[in-house]
Design a protein around this ligand. Structure first.
Ligand SMILES: Nc1ncnc2c1ncn2[C@@H]1O[C@H](COP(=O)(O)OP(=O)(O)OP(=O)(O)O)[C@@H](O)[C@H]1O
Ligand SMILES: [Mg+2]
Length: 105
């Protein structure tokens, strides 16, 4: 299994979540986060914002689903401007479903 953490523009959240859901990926965690990327924030008019609000989506998925999900997020979160987001992938050793006490997703 892999954990996908996608940090995206808040106003793209609905589009990304809908795209995932339409492809059958409904289980996810959504968090409000604050962060900055390589540009270290943004300057709008004369005001400099060194951190920006983003949404972090967290999905734990099977290994062979990872690439397709990354493609979906890349497509649905894209505007072409700085700050479109980042996607991080990490290995997940184990998952458990509390209700059924079963191991796995
Ligand atoms: N290296 C990183 N480690 C952890 N979080 C990051 C990292 N880079 C970006 N982020 C998070 O992702 C958000 C979006 O980053 P952003 O899209 O600006 O990345 P970028 O690498 O600067 O790309 P771009 O050049 O397209 O702006 C940031 O606000 C921050 O929350
Ligand atoms: Mg950036």
């Amino acid at each position: 299994m892999k954990m996908i953490r996608a940090i995206i523009r808040p106003d793209k959240t609905e589009e990304v979540v809908d795209a995932l859901s339409e492809s059958g990926y409904v289980a996810l965690t959504k968090m409000d986060v604050i962060g900055r990327g390589k540009q270290k924030g943004i300057k709008i008019d004369k005001i400099y914002y060194d951190e920006l609000p983003k949404i972090m989506l967290i999905l734990v998925v099977e290994d062979d689903e990872t690439e397709g999900i990354v493609d979906l997020i890349n497509e649905s979160a894209f505007t072409g401007s700085f700050g479109d987001g980042k996607i991080f992938i990490s290995p997940v050793d184990e998952a458990y479903t509390v209700r059924t006490r079963t191991k796995g997703l």
